[in-house]
Every structure is written in C-alpha cells, then in structure tokens.
Design a protein around this ligand. Structure first.
Ligand code: WAQ
Ligand code: MG
Length: 255
C-alpha cells in the first residue's frame, strides 16, 4: 500500500432529508482505498449506512478523492477495558480519566454542559481546556475527522494479540482516537456512540491510551458524544485541517 496512490472515501447518511436540510444523522464513515478497491470500499460504506440501528436513511452521499499529501504511519494507542456496573460509575470514571490526562476538574464540568450540543451531531466538538469554551464554529455539524484507516489483516492480528473483538466499530474508534491524540495540541478525547444499541465508550489520551468504559449511557439512548480537549492551540485552522485532511494509516508492530 505504501507506494500506491490512495483515495479518501467518505460517506454520510441521513433520514427525513439531508443533514443540511435538518435531517436526522444516521451514519457516517471514512476510509482510505486504492483505486482498484474503490468499488468494494464504496460498498463497505454503503452497507454501513443501509443497515443502521439509528434508522433507514433516505439521503446518502458517498464521495472519493485522490490524496496528494504523504501518508503518516502511526502505532495504535494502547487499549485498556474498564468494566463498570452503571452509567454513573462509568461517567465518574470518564471524568477521573480526563483529569488524569491533564484536563482541569473545573473544565471537565464545564465541558459536560456542552454535551447536549453534540448529541445530535455528525462530528466532534473542539473544547479549549484553558478558556472552557467550545472553539470550533461548526455548530450542529461539528468537525468530522477523515482520511484515516487501518488494514484489516494488521488490525485482526492486533485484535488477537490484545484479546479484542475483531469489530469494525472498535477499529474505527481506535483509528480516530489514535489520529486525534497524535496531534500535540490534543490533551484528551471523550466519546460514546449515538447508536442506541452500543453503550461502551472511551476516554483517550497520549498519556493513558485508549481507555474503554463499558457503560457510558443507557441502552436505547440515541444521544452520542465526541469532544476533543485541546490545549495551547496556536492555530485553530491548521488543527482542523489536520483532523480533516492529514492522511494517517495505523500500523501495529511496524518495524
Ligand atoms: N469525526 C468526528 N466525529 C465523529 C466521527 C468522525 N469521523 N465519527 C463519528 N463522530 C461523532 C459523531 O458525532 C457521532 O454521532 C458520534 O461521534 C458517535 O459516533 O468498543 O461507535 O460512530 O472500543 O456512533 C466507541 C467504543 C464507539 C468502541 C463509538 O461512535 C469500543 C462509536 P459512532
Ligand atoms: Mg453512530
């Protein structure tokens, strides 16, 4: 894959009209593909959108574009799973892990007040741990991290070695968290799914790795969350550009 031209493929699906017309976000997805695999890649994303627990989409967009920038290869974050018995316990742990990662306690509480802003979004919120303010200007859309992937064979080897399920969801979340945490200005990420049937979420940071928490919301709840805690950001536009445009390929056990 290293010397071949790569394409970024992106998908978004909504219900009751397109996102920009106020439709409900159903699913999004992004991957990297060779030209030869494009047909299959588009299909993978289409499948993801068509069989979704958030509902049946009536709007779908899939696009691809060639990548001209050099691709950066990054090792996945270390993974740990924290078993909790209730949402309260899970959320208390998430707060502690954010604090351990370097987010001041007061700013964590302030960030939690913003969570309702991301519950309907298809992207993430950028939160400055100094000012305690949301700093992106994408309102309900949020920032969508893109141009990242992990080859299935390498991911599956990793999964076996780390006693993890070979699930696409885990792969996608770990790819995203690894890319986001690889930027020097990222202090931590807090995430749980907007899919009603998936309640495990995580806190990720350079310091603590990818800390899964088995219960961060109640089953049936369609409110998700994705917040990137940033610090010392000199240039917001270049940070957003990194998230959206820098191509990252995860490679476990690279020599
Ligand atoms: N960029 C930015 N935000 C995103 C992206 C992206 N590429 N993908 C999803 N989001 C945001 C968006 O607001 C979604 O509504 C929200 O995150 C949740 O996305 O067991 O499945 O894909 O280790 O539903 C984490 C735990 C699962 C996995 C997270 O999120 C595990 C998950 P979902
Ligand atoms: Mg989702």
């Amino acid at each position: 894959m290293k010397d071949e031209e790569l394409y970024s493929v992106r998908m978004r699906a909504a219900k009751d009209r397109a996102h920009e017309q106020g439709g409900k976000h159903i699913s999004g997805g992004e991957l990297l593909s060779t030209f030869q695999d494009l047909k299959q890649s588009v299909n993978v994303l289409m499948e993801k959108a068509l069989n979704h627990s958030r509902g049946k989409p009536d709007f779908l967009q899939i696009q691809f574009e060639v990548i001209n920038e050099p691709i950066k290869f990054v090792e996945p974050l270390q993974v740990e799973t924290n078993k909790v018995n209730s949402v309260e316990e899970g959320q208390a742990l998430a707060r502690r892990l954010l604090e351990k990662s370097g987010v001041p306690k007061r700013m964590i509480e302030k960030a939690y007040k913003l969570i309702s802003e991301c519950s309907d979004s298809r992207g993430a919120i950028l939160y400055d741990i100094h000012s305690g303010e949301r700093i992106d200007d994408r309102s309900e859309k949020g920032i969508r991290v893109s141009r990242m992937d992990w080859s299935t064979p390498n991911f599956e080897q990793w999964a076996i070695e780390n006693s993890m399920q070979k699930s696409n969801r885990v792969k996608e979340a770990l790819v995203l968290a690894t890319k986001v945490c690889d930027h020097p200005s990222t202090i931590a990420e807090l995430c749980w799914s907007d899919d009603p049937d998936y309640i495990t979420g995580y806190v990720a940071s350079k310091k603590l790795g990818y800390q899964r928490i088995t219960k961060l919301k109640e089953p049936g709840d369609e409110r998700g969350c994705r917040i990137f805690f940033v610090n010392g950001l000199q240039d917001l536009m270049s940070y957003i550009d990194y998230l959206e445009k820098q191509p990252i390929f995860i490679q476990w056990n690279k020599k």
